[in-house]
Design a protein around this ligand. Structure first.
Ligand SMILES: [Fe+2]
Ligand SMILES: [Fe+2]
Length: 348
């Protein structure tokens, strides 16, 4: 009789398991749909939910079978009818848990998604700028080896865009990573090629890329998630090379500028400083003040493991790089960088 009860329970359990695995699949598909995942994201979500659901099913059915055996013939049907809904809950919990195996709550996940999605747009914009710079290098009289090295940078930025896009996708989507049409075209025919190259060398390389190195170093120290850590590592490696290339380009281009042209470059730089301070520093350091304090509890900042650190710590990395590398580096090449920094409030 006990065998009959067990067999009946197993038959029903198998049928229920099938139903629940379909439900687990539905959990995965709903998650992919609600987070607007791409094709790969749909597949990963469905598989994760199935694996989690199967794990929940295995655990709960093992417990249920052991309970039926333990309670004896008379109480077995009661245990079975009580255990099956519990088994269903375990399967759904397993699939839901597998989709959140990274331990991120919804608010943190959304903040990370938005940050990586913004990086998609920034990297794409870098690719656009470097492409146009590359196009005008011959006209600016720069040697072939400069164009050759710059062509690698365009490929790097395209690859960075792809890496950031994949991370944003994995975190929920990148539909908001858009760029205005006006930002897809920089070429200003009225600007001589050497001034065009000087302008973008100063802002994109001597400020943008130089800052990136310090910021990515700060991110890399806390990016413990293996996938994010690998992406941040690639970005840091490439941006360090871009930084070195940029300063070499600046040493070639800036000395040939006249005094008036350097003054023009300083005014242009004030706009770049205003932009980057808004983006990285969030005006967290008043003029003349020391570096912002490193927040004591920043180590536990939610999302630091996935490449978004405490804003105050991020700002500290930006201002540190500005003081140590950007301002003195530009000033040493004859660009009125400190004056431009002081002017940035008027350049908004
Ligand atoms: Fe990049
Ligand atoms: Fe770069």
């Amino acid at each position: 009789m006990m065998t009959v009860v067990l067999l009946a329970a197993m038959e029903k359990g198998l049928l229920l398991m099938l139903v629940l695995l379909c439900a687990a699949m539905a959990v995965g598909l709903h998650e992919a749909w609600s987070l607007k995942r791409g094709p790969l994201g749909w597949i990963v979500s469905a598989l994760l939910a199935l694996v989690g659901g199967a794990a929940g099913s295995f655990v709960s059915s093992t417990v249920l079978e052991a309970s039926i055996m333990a309670v004896g013939e008379r109480t077995a049907p009661l245990v079975q009818s009580l255990g099956l809904p519990l088994m269903g809950a375990m399967v759904l919990l397993g699939s839901w848990g597998a989709l959140r195996i990274d331990g991120l709550d919804d608010a943190t996940r959304e903040r990370l998604r938005a940050a990586w999605s913004a990086r998609v747009a920034a990297e794409y914009r870098s690719m656009v700028v470097f492409s146009e710079l590359l196009a005008r290098m011959p006209e600016a009289g720069l040697p072939l080896e400069v164009s050759c090295a710059a062509s690698r940078l365009v490929a790097d930025e395209a690859r960075h865009t792809e890496h950031c896009a994949r991370l944003a996708e994995a975190l929920g989507g990148r539909a908001d990573a858009t760029i205005d049409d006006g930002d897809l075209r920089l070429d200003d025919a009225s600007l001589p090629a050497r001034l065009f190259v000087a302008r973008w060398t100063a802002s994109m390389f001597c400020v943008g890329e130089a800052a990136s190195v310090g910021l990515l170093q700060a991110l890399a120290r806390e990016a413990t998630d293996p996938c994010v850590g690998a992406v941040v590592g690639v970005l840091l490696r490439d941006e360090s090379l871009h930084d070195r290339f940029g300063w070499a380009l600046a040493r070639t281009v800036f000395p040939a500028l006249s005094d008036d042209e350097r003054e023009w470059l300083g005014v242009d730089l004030a706009f770049a400083f205003a932009h980057y301070e808004r983006m990285h520093g969030r005006a967290l350091r008043p003029d003349g003040a020391a570096l912002p304090d490193d927040p004591a509890d920043a180590d536990s900042y939610a999302g630091a493991s996935h490449g978004v650190i405490d804003p105050a710590r991020y700002a500290r990395a930006w201002y540190g790089r500005l003081d140590a590398v950007i301002l003195p580096g530009l000033a040493a090449l004859g660009v009125p960088a400190y004056e431009a920094w002081a002017l940035r409030h008027e350049a908004r």
